[in-house]
Design a protein. Structure first.
Ligand SMILES: N[C@@H](CCSC[C@H]1O[C@@H](n2cnc3c(=O)[nH]cnc32)[C@H](O)[C@@H]1O)C(=O)O
Ligand SMILES: [Zn+2]
Length: 433
């Protein structure tokens, strides 16, 4: 049994207190074995955490990791126009290899900024799973089904593929890959397909992940067509439940919040994307007060435009206060929990906390920086002052993915170069067609 000692640092405990401690990791089981006072433990290998803070690996609970190739390609538009005029036409040109390269770039960015788990929605999912396997992180993946604009045969095939991919890929990468059934949203998948396939997904025991109540513009047509608020409709077609989590939940009323809580449905807040696309302000504090588990996600790099979960924590805290008109809303501890234990809970991983028995998924931040000085309150620093580039080491499933800011899992320069080449060629193809 090989054991890794993360030594000499301070550790963020599950109750969000910070203490000086060493962390011992069982690398073959991928589990935290012990958290003890400095000097009490020994390992075969060591990660130097002196001057640092050991935190749970961050959980990006909603993203489209391969969209890094479209970072900065189309900005400053609302969701509908952005998707239809810019993003979808280019995505139509994406090859499996593009998706692989885009996913690798996104995963490099994630590992470098302390993210060890993600929930992704996309297509060519085999390629994303292969990139996740190489990156060493955990991921909940799936094929996202869209039926609008397709004939019946094409629509059914796409939703069937979402089911098939979820069943086939579950457990890949030594169990680090789990899956979800993924209707894209309540307006982009027709009712007949939801009524047919959702019960199948439930029957197969598949968790579900979709976009919901993201913009005001998608709420009105649902109310008009079905005579119900979107989440009432989602419940009616069987989408809500303990194994479902919904990205965005910006435009939800009190009844919908109650419905989420009663059914045990989770929500993923994506503050940067919601601000950038001017989608609105999610009532995060009300969701939490109502008993809903709320995680945090970056959404894709084309609507953010990075995958840094430290930025996302700060954005969530800032926007949450503005939305509640209350500076005490969505406090520092709240966003740290959203990015760690709540995310792990939604994704179904036994992580998000530094504690014996939990998954050995962690990041070590270097606190020796002017923007992290003085150290009155390290939870405040995590929420408001730290950046992804403060991360010095990243560990997932007991394996060291980055040591002293050097990736062990990818050749970073090669990934960046390949991604740039693929992104340029992709945009050229899209503009010719
Ligand atoms: N476009 C494909 C499948 C969709 S994959 C998931 C999709 O979600 C898109 N996406 C990214 N961010 C958002 C968002 O904030 N809301 C809704 N869709 C998004 C993304 O560009 C991607 O097309 C088809 O037509 O079959
Ligand atoms: Zn999204």
């Amino acid at each position: 049994m090989s054991e890794l000692l993360v030594s000499g640092g301070r550790v963020l405990r599950p109750d969000l207190t910070v203490e000086r401690a060493d962390v011992l990791v069982d690398q073959s089981a991928g589990e935290i074995l012990a958290v003890e006072a400095p000097g009490e433990l020994a390992g075969d290998d060591e990660l130097d955490a002196s001057g640092g803070l050991v935190i749970p690996g961050l959980v990006n609970a909603h993203t489209h990791v391969a969209m890094t190739l479209l970072r900065g390609y189309a900005d400053d538009k609302p969701l509908d126009a952005w998707l239809q005029e810019d993003i979808w036409p280019v995505e139509a040109e994406l090859t499996p290899e593009d998706v692989r390269v885009g996913a690798e770039l996104g995963l490099v960015e994630m590992v470098k900024s302390g993210t060890t788990a993600l929930s992704d929605m996309y297509f060519h999912v085999d390629e994303i799973a292969a990139a996740v396997e190489q990156a060493g992180v955990r991921a909940v993946l799936g094929h996202t089904a869209v039926t609008v604009g397709k004939d019946d045969e094409g629509a059914r095939a796409d939703v069937q593929e979402s089911l098939d991919v979820a069943l086939e890929l579950d457990g890949a990468a030594d169990g680090r890959v789990r899956t979800t059934f993924q209707p894209h949203s309540l307006t982009t998948v027709g009712e007949e397909y939801l009524r047919e396939f959702v019960p199948e997904a439930v029957e197969a025991g598949l968790p579900m992940h979709l976009h919901a109540n993201e913009t005001e513009a998608e709420v009105a047509p649902i109310v008009e067509e079905h005579g119900m608020r979107p989440l009432e409709y989602a419940d009616d077609v069987g989408l809500l439940g303990e194994d479902t989590f919904l990205a965005h939940c910006v435009h939800v009323d009190d009844d919908e919040i109650d419905r989420l809580a009663e059914t045990g449905t989770g929500a993923v807040h994506c503050p940067a994307s919601n601000m950038k696309l001017a989608s609105g302000m999610a009532p995060v504090q009300r969701l939490l007060d109502g008993g809903v588990t709320v995680g945090l996600g970056t959404d894709g790099a084309a609507s953010n435009n990075d995958l840094d979960m430290f930025d996302e924590m700060r954005d969530a805290a800032m926007l949450g206060k503005l939305a509640a008109d209350d500076a005490s809303a969505v406090a520092a501890e709240t966003v740290v929990r959203m990015a760690t234990e709540n995310g792990a809970d939604l994704l179904g991983f036994d992580g998000g906390r530094i504690e014996p028995g939990a998954n050995a998924d962690l990041a070590v931040l270097d606190l020796d920086a002017p923007h992290l000085t003085p150290a009155h309150d390290l939870v405040s620093h995590l929420a408001y002052a730290a950046r992804g580039s403060d991360v010095r080491h990243t560990v997932c499933d007991g394996a060291v993915l980055m040591r002293d800011r050097d990736l062990t899992v990818f050749d970073e320069a090669a990934v960046r170069e390949r991604a740039s080449e693929h992104a340029t060629a992709l945009v050229e193809r899209a503009e010719e067609s």
